[in-house]
Write a protein that binds this ligand. Structure first.
Ligand SMILES: Cc1ncc(COP(=O)(O)O)c(C=O)c1O
Length: 390
């Protein structure tokens, strides 16, 4: 009898189970807010969301409904054909104004923005320098680009400098980094990277996915916060995290955006997202502009919680942001702690390989303006009472 060609899947899944690495899909009921989420029938305080400003279940919905009433839902085609509507164009203009760049291009996700941008800026004969803890979408962009990939140690500008010195034979150089690292909550050394890019004639691309709307006086991200915007050539952001919606964008000079619209395959060969999504983005940008207290208070509360967790003996690493890791190490105790917190009404996801390197499993606490200070205290109390579990 012929063997089942997919039988290996059961063996592989059993292997993941045995290692404590198998993931299962959860189902949420109703809206997701940071203050509360109903997951698999349980009501939980949600420390797993990237909805940092508490916008996902807010007035964005009204903006979406109005847009759907006007222009319907689907876009029907890729942007270069007939998929790009007036709301997309307006959002791109407003993103460029917000980012203080000449132009911006809207992608259907931050993932698509990273893959499309990297693979159209670097290719055979070029070299990409990528931080060891960059997001998977950056890694995938590097892989499909066909360029030589050089991974430099996490946030290590002097190691990068040595590697750049050996890169003369390549046609073009691209340095790419997360601005705010999604698992550890730490910041890239952008001033040093900008200086290295300048002195080695390299392009510098910074992914502000977790920082857009949160960092910087105007909410533009870590580049603004560290005052290095002029030294960064390609800025990537998402509408899907602090901006509470969906979609990614690249901002920069006009020629960069024109090149991406011609060459970024994830843009050219993919249907434009619904215009209603652009309406949500426009409303979110308005809130980011008009309600700076959201990001200010979020970062203040994050700093207080970090201090408290450190005093309680947790390893919060180098976090400087609203993302606070509790690094445990092995996946099993990490998942045990996550499960015990869940029993007590807190959703604090355990992150294990392959999302983080072996031995660096952690609980990722993601804070939102929508959390009350009391909820943060209650989480810290529950975690302290559970220290014996791990
Ligand atoms: C650093 C970083 N870049 C890009 C992305 C992808 O963004 P999106 O969720 O909009 O696809 C993520 C998402 O987790 C991320 O953490």
């Amino acid at each position: 009898m012929a063997t089942d060609p997919l039988a290996w899947l059961d063996d592989e899944l059993a292997g993941l189970e045995a290692l404590g690495l198998r993931r299962r899909l959860a189902t949420r009921a109703g809206p997701q807010t940071a203050a509360e989420i109903v997951l698999d029938g349980r009501r939980l305080v949600n420390f797993s969301s990237n909805d940092y400003l508490g916008l996902a279940a807010s007035s964005l919905s009204k903006a979406v409904q109005e847009a759907v009433d006007q222009v319907g839902w689907g876009s029907g085609a890729s942007p270069l054909v007939t998929g790009r509507g007036e709301l997309h164009a307006r959002l791109e203009e407003e993103l460029a104004a917000f980012e203080k760049t000449e132009a911006a291009l809207l992608f259907s996700s931050g993932y698509a923005a990273n893959v499309g941008a990297i693979a159209s800026l670097a290719g055979k004969g070029d070299v990409v320098f990528s931080d060891a803890k960059n997001h998977a979408s950056i890694i995938d962009g590097c892989r499909v680009s066909g360029a030589r990939i050089v991974v430099y140690p996490h946030r290590d500008a002097s190691a990068l400098e040595s590697l750049l010195k050996q890169s003369r034979e390549f046609r073009r150089r691209l340095i790419v980094t997360d601005a705010l690292f999604s698992m550890d909550g730490d910041l890239a050394p952008l001033a040093e990277l900008a200086e290295l890019a300048r002195s080695h004639e390299a392009m510098l691309m910074v992914d502000e996915a977790h920082a857009t709307g949160v960092f910087g006086a105007a909410g533009r991200g870590v580049c603004e916060h560290l005052d290095v915007e002029d030294g960064v050539h390609i800025r990537v952001g998402t509408l899907s995290k602090a901006l509470g919606s969906l979609g990614g964008f690249v901002a920069g000079r006009r020629s960069l955006i024109a090149w991406l619209a011609n060459r970024a395959r994830s843009y050219v060969f993919s249907t434009a997202p619904p215009e209603a999504m652009a309406a949500a983005g426009l409303e979110a940008l308005r809130i980011v502009r008009e309600e700076p207290h959201r990001r200010i208070e979020l970062l203040q509360r994050a700093a207080s919680l970090r201090d408290r967790l450190q005093r309680d003996g947790w390893n919060v690493g180098e976090s400087q942001s609203q993302i606070i890791p509790l690094t445990i190490g092995d996946p099993q105790p990490t998942m045990q702690l996550s499960a015990a917190l869940r029993e007590r009404g807190f959703l604090a996801p355990g992150i294990r390989p392959p999302s983080v390197p072996e031995g660096e499993s952690l609980l990722r606490l993601s804070l939102s303006y929508a959390h009350s200070p009391e909820q943060l205290e209650q989480l810290a109390d529950a975690a302290r009472n559970l220290r014996r579990v791990i």
